[in-house]
Design a binder for this molecule. Structure first.
Ligand code: GLN
Length: 192
């Protein structure tokens, strides 16, 4: 199993370390030449979505990435990665990949106060540690989309899945808990 980790900007190294601990191979994607559809899955890390979106366009990666996701390739977006996946941003006129049927609020907890840590239930896995950094949340799920809500914090949706797309507003890669990455790898195994 090989995962393509987008390494344009942000916290990609921490995802690579998680994959390594789980025994999965990974390769960094920075430019069009690094991109092929021979990965089994793709990770979009946290960082600054506006910068990442701009780089995806400039490097000619936006369209090929969108098309493999639409073709069913498993993708896991954390934080800025969730913003890139969203079909709608409630407080920003831009969208990027626009593949996931959610409306996302950027910097939803305020720019400075948006960084915190908590422990909350995720899917059917019990409680996991969650690290939020100037985080977005999912304000709403678009009607009739079949988006599955995986976690909420204070009533706000912070993790969801729609078919081959998994997204979290928090950073599991900044904790020691491997279970969210394991969940993503199990999505890939089910897809193979
Ligand atoms: N606030 C960032 C954005 O809007 C996301 C923060 C993160 O990825 N930790 O892109």
């Amino acid at each position: 199993m090989k995962i393509g980790v987008f390494a344009l900007q942000g916290a990609f190294v921490e995802h690579e370390q998680m994959l390594e601990r789980l025994g999965a191979e990974w390769v960094e994607i920075r430019r069009r030449a690094d991109f092929s559809d021979c990965f089994d899955g793709v990770i979009l890390p946290g960082g600054e979505s506006t910068v990442q979106g701009k780089l995806l366009c400039e490097e000619g990666l936006l369209e090929p990435l969108k098309s493999v996701i639409e073709g069913g390739m498993p993708v896991f977006g954390t934080c800025a990665g969730l913003i890139l996946l969203a079909k709608e941003l409630s407080n920003d006129p831009n969208t990027y990949l626009g593949t996931m049927s959610v409306s996302v609020r950027r910097n939803a907890y305020g720019r400075q106060l948006g960084s915190f840590r908590c422990n909350e239930p995720f899917a059917d896995m019990g409680t996991i540690p969650m690290v939020f950094i100037r985080a977005p949340f999912i304000e709403s799920v678009l009607p009739q989309s079949g988006v599955q809500i995986l976690a909420k914090v204070n009533g706000n949706i912070v993790a969801a899945r729609e078919k081959n797309m998994l997204a979290t507003a928090f950073h599991p890669e900044l904790t020691e808990d491997l279970r969210v990455h394991q969940y993503f790898l199990s999505m890939i195994k089910a897809h193979e």
